[in-house]
Design a protein around this ligand. Structure first.
Ligand code: ME8
Length: 632
C-alpha cells in the first residue's frame, strides 16, 4: 500500500457567522482542482469543514444566549446545505472539530507530544488576539495591537502547556529550503523564512478559564488551543489513528489551500506538529490572496461581507463560479465587484461562448440539415486543431501549478479564436459558392472546438458543459480530460439547438430576455464615427431658475443660460433634486437637440445626467467654464 489518493483541503471555517464570498472563493477553487484531478482519473479526497471550538465562538454563543453547540449547529447545517450544495462543492468529507472522531485524535496527539517532551507545562504571560485566536509576545505587537489584523489584544497570564517550536526551528528552515514547492506562491515562502529567522518561541497550546474546547486528557482544567485542534483536522479526515488504509493511501495532502493570513499557521506550527509526530509534511500549502471591497479585505468583522446565496439567486451558479475562478489571478489580491461579475458573464459566457455555440449550431442546421459533419481526412486546415492542442497544454500546465485563472484564460482564447475563424472562413460564402467539402471541414472544426471546450470547462462549471454537449448532439457527460483531444468522430450525430447558453444580464442584475436583449454582437457594432459624434453639440450652461412642472411628479422646468440666451429645458430629475439644489450650478446640455413639447412646455435641449439603479447625478464641469463653452 502506498500513497494513491490525491488529497486536497480547504481551511475549516469558523461557524461564528454565515460564510461569505471570501470563503466561497477558496472552496470553489479547491472544488475545481478536485474535479480536475478526478478527470485525470485519479482517486481524490477533498476535505472541507468547520472549526467549531475556541473562545470567539464561546463568546458569540453566550451573546446569543445559546450553548456553543446549539449556536454552531444551524450555521454548520446551512454551510452544507444550501451553501456548498448550491455552489456544487463536491467534497468527499466534511469534518467538524466537534465530532468524536476528531476529539479523540487531538487528545491522542497531544498526549504523544507530552510524553515525548515536545509539550511541557509552564506559565504563559503575553497577549491574545481574540478574532484571530492567536498569541503574541509584547515585542511583536504593533502599537499595542495585533500585528496580523491590527485589532486590540487581551492580556493573558496563566498556567499553560507549551509546544516546543524552538526545537524545530532549524529542521523547519532546512525543510522549506530543500522543498521549494512547499510554500506557494514564492513571495509567501520568503515571508515565512524571514519569520522563522526572527526566531521561533515555544507556543502556548492550552488555555484555562474557557470551557469550549477539547480538554487536555491528563489535565482537564486545560482546554487545547483552538489552532492545535483545528490543524489536526487534516489528519483526522485522512483516517489517522482510525483507518490505516485510508490514511496510508491519502497522506500527506497534495495541496492545502488557505488564505494568505493563515499561511503562518500552516507553514510553521503545522509542519512542526507533523515533524514531532514523525509524519510526512504536505506537498504544497498555497496561500491565495484576498477578495477586497475597495481597499479592505472582505470579512465578517468589517461588515462588508457579500452573501453568496444572494449572488446564486441573482445570477445562477455557473456565472458565480466562473467569476470567482477567472477574475483574480490565483495568489494575488483582487477587488470584488458585482459589476465585474456581470461583465464577465456578459462578455465571456453570453457573448463569446454563447455566440459561438449559437452560430455554430445554426450554421450546421442551415447548411447541413443539422447533421454534424465528420472530419475530412484530406483537409489541411489545422487552425483550430493547432490552437486546441496549444490551449490543452497551457490548460494542463496552469492547473498543475494551481493557476486556475490562467487555465480559464487559455480556454476562452480558444473560444475567441473560433469566433474569429468564422469571420475568416465565412461559411455562408462557402455555401453560396458550393464549396461543400470545405464548408463541412470548417463546421466540423467549430463543432469540435466546442466539444473540446465543454471538456475543458468541466472542472469549473456545473451544468454548462452538459448544456453545450446537449446542443452539439452529445449525450454522455465528460469523464476524462483526455477527451479534450482534437479529432473526435461524430458518427451520425444531429444538432439539437436550444436556448441561449447564458442570458445577458443588465446592470441591475436582471437577466435580459432574449427578445429584448441587444443582439449579442461583436463590440465593433457599437462604434460610431467621429463624424457622427461631432454632429452632437454639447455646451456648458448655468441654471438660472428651476421649478416643478405642475401635474408631473418627475419633471422640473429649468431656465438655463447657454452663453447667448436663456433656454427652457424640461428634465426628468425631480425625484433626485430640489429646484434650489440646481440654481447657480453649471450643467452640460445637448444644445442642438430638436425642441420637443413636454406637458405643454417646449423643451429646448436636454441635460446630461448619469444614472444607475436608483441613483442619478447631473453632469457638471469639475471647475467652472464660461457659459457656452463647447464640450467634446
Ligand atoms: O481562519 N478573500 O477560519 P475563517 C479570500 N478557522 N479568502 C477569504 C476571505 C477573503 N476576503 N475571507 C475569508 C479560519 N477567506 C480558521 C482556519 S484551518 C485549520 C483553520 C477564506 O472562517 C480564506 O481561505 O476565518 C481564509 O483563509 C479563510 O476563509 C478564513 O476562514
Amino acid at each position: 500500500m502506498g500513497k494513491e489518493v490525491w488529497y486536497i483541503t480547504t481551511p475549516i471555517y469558523y461557524p461564528s457567522d454565515n460564510l461569505h464570498v471570501g470563503h466561497a472563493y477558496t472552496t470553489v477553487a479547491a472544488d475545481a482542482l478536485a474535479r480536475y484531478h478526478r478527470l485525470l482519473g485519479e482517486k481524490v479526497l477533498f476535505v472541507t469543514g468547520t472549526d467549531e471550538h475556541g473562545q470567539k465562538i464561546e463568546r458569540k454563543a453566550s451573546e446569543a444566549q445559546k450553548t456553543p453547540q446549539a449556536f454552531v449547529d444551524p450555521i454548520v447545517a446551512f454551510i452544507q446545505d444550501p451553501l456548498w450544495k448550491r455552489l456544487g462543492i463536491s467534497y468527499d468529507d466534511f469534518i467538524r472539530t466537534t465530532q468524536p472522531r476528531h476529539e479523540r485524535v487531538v487528545q491522542e496527539i497531544f498526549q504523544r507530544l507530552l510524553d515525548k517532551g515536545d509539550i511541557y507545562k509552564g506559565v504563559y504571560e503575553g497577549w491574545y488576539c481574540l478574532p484571530d485566536e492567536s498569541y503574541w509576545t509584547e515585542s511583536k505587537l504593533v502599537d499595542g495591537h495585533c500585528p496580523d489584523c491590527g485589532r486590540p489584544v487581551e492580556r493573558v497570564r496563566q498556567e499553560s502547556y507549551f509546544f516546543r517550536l524552538s526545537r524545530y526551528q532549524a529542521p523547519l528552515r532546512e525543510y522549506i529550503l530543500s522543498h521549494p514547492d512547499f510554500i506557494q506562491p514564492v513571495s509567501r515562502r520568503n515571508e515565512m523564512l524571514n519569520f522563522i529567522d526572527a526566531g521561533l518561541e515555544d507556543l502556548s497550546v492550552s488555555r484555562t478559564g474557557i470551557r469550549w474546547g477539547i480538554p487536555v486528557p491528563s489535565d482537564p482544567e486545560h482546554v487545547i488551543y483552538v489552532w492545535f485542534d483545528a490543524l489536526t483536522n487534516y489528519l483526522t479526515a485522512s483516517g489517522y489513528l482510525q483507518d490505516t488504509n485510508r490514511f496510508e493511501t491519502a497522506w500527506p495532502p497534495n495541496v492545502q489551500l488557505v488564505g494568505k493570513e493563515i499561511v503562518r499557521f500552516h507553514t510553521v506550527i503545522w509542519p512542526i506538529m507533523l515533524m514531532a509526530l514523525d509524519l510526512p509534511i504536505p506537498e504544497r500549502v498555497f496561500g491565495h490572496g484576498w477578495l477586497l471591497i475597495g481597499q479592505a479585505k472582505m470579512g465578517k468583522s468589517l461588515g462588508n461581507a457579500v452573501d453568496p446565496i444572494e449572488l446564486l439567486d441573482r445570477y445562477g451558479v455557473d456565472p458565480v463560479r466562473y467569476y470567482l475562478l477567472r477574475e483574480v489571478p490565483f495568489g494575488a489580491d483582487g477587488s470584488y465587484t458585482e459589476e465585474a461579475l456581470i461583465l464577465r458573464t456578459n462578455v465571456d459566457l453570453a457573448n463569446d461562448l454563447g455566440n459561438l455555440l449559437s452560430r455554430t449550431t445554426a450554421m450546421i442546421n442551415r447548411f447541413l440539415d443539422g447533421q454534424v459533419p465528420t472530419l475530412n481526412a484530406g483537409s489541411d486546415d489545422r487552425v483550430l486543431a493547432g490552437e486546441a492542442a496549444q490551449v490543452y497544454r497551457e490548460f494542463q500546465e496552469a492547473m498543475d501549478q494551481l493557476l486556475i485563472s490562467d487555465a480559464l484564460t487559455a480556454i476562452f482564447r480558444l473560444v475567441r479564436r473560433a469566433n474569429k475563424y468564422i469571420e475568416e472562413q465565412k461559411p455562408w460564402d462557402l455555401a453560396k459558392t458550393g464549396q461543400t467539402e470545405k464548408l463541412a471541414n470548417v463546421l466540423y472544426g467549430l463543432w469540435e472546438t466546442l466539444r473540446i471546450v465543454s471538456v475543458l470547462l468541466t472542472p469549473f462549471l456545473l451544468d454548462t458543459p452538459d448544456r453545450i454537449r446537449q446542443q452539439l448532439g452529445l449525450d454522455a457527460p465528460v469523464t476524462n480530460i483526455k477527451e479534450a483531444i482534437f479529432g473526435y468522430e461524430p458518427q451520425g450525430l444531429g444538432i439539437r439547438r436550444g436556448d441561449a447558453l447564458f442570458p445577458r444580464i443588465d446592470k441591475a442584475g436582471e437577466a435580459v430576455s432574449e427578445e429584448s436583449a441587444p443582439a449579442p454582437a461583436v463590440v465593433e457594432d457599437n462604434w460610431v464615427d467621429i463624424a457622427d459624434f461631432q454632429k452632437l453639440e454639447f455646451r456648458v450652461g448655468t441654471v438660472r431658475a428651476a421649478e416643478p412642472v405642475k401635474g408631473a411628479d418627475r419633471l422640473l422646468q429649468l431656465t438655463v443660460f447657454d452663453g447667448v440666451r436663456e433656454r427652457t429645458i424640461v428634465s426628468g430629475i425631480r425625484q433626485h433634486y430640489q429646484p434650489d439644489d440646481l440654481v447657480g450650478k453649471q450643467v452640460v446640455l445637448v444644445a442642438n437637440l430638436k425642441p420637443a413639447k413636454l406637458r405643454g412646455i417646449v423643451s429646448e435641449g436636454m441635460l446630461l445626467a448619469g444614472s444607475q439603479g436608483d441613483v442619478l447625478s447631473v453632469v457638471t464641469p469639475l471647475s467652472p467654464l464660461p457659459d457656452g463653452a463647447r464640450v467634446k
